[in-house]
Ligand binder design. Sequence first.
Ligand SMILES: Cc1cc2nc3c(=O)[nH]c(=O)nc-3n(C[C@H](O)[C@H](O)[C@H](O)COP(=O)(O)O)c2cc1C
Length: 163
Amino acid sequence: MNHPIIDSAEFRRVLSHLPTGVVVVTSVVDGAPVGMACNSFTSISLDPALVGFSVAHTSSTWPPIRSAGRFCINVLAEDHAELTRNFSRKGIDRFSGVDWTERAGGPGLDGAVAWIDCTLWREYEAGDHMIVLGSVHGIESAPDVPPLVFCKGAYGAFATALD
Ligand SMILES: Cc1cc2nc3c(=O)[nH]c(=O)nc-3n(C[C@H](O)[C@H](O)[C@H](O)COP(=O)(O)O)c2cc1C
């Protein structure tokens, strides 16, 4: 199939108008915690319980997580903007100063809104990304922790539009 040519920068700019949450996908690889920020995360299926996200072919963090075969989705909180930036930086210890506890899927970050423990179920090629589907094994949410919102390249907070 021939796809129309869409300018990548313009595609990114226009699609950034869709507000999303932000997650950090974590795992333990060779005894060490690993993780990467993702805003492509979404729920996929109720029965069976499946979640998904897309990951760039250029990611160096995803292949080790794939090998581990399990991961924890950490839904980030309003005060996690700086943490999000760190989990997308290269050449740093992303877990430096981050408190976490071991969960079934991987490190559960303290102060997150929710944690979703998964095993890797399927992966599909999709252009310059892989679509990753996880089978959900455990779920937990924190009471009354406001989520982080990402829109037009900026971090913000959620506010209800109507009472
Ligand atoms: C808010 C935010 C959302 C991101 N969402 C994704 C995503 O959905 N998929 C992806 O592959 N990378 C995403 N990234 C980029 C990765 O976090 C980052 O490029 C990656 O961790 C680079 O390092 P790596 O080579 O260790 O994977 C996002 C970054 C930020 C700051």
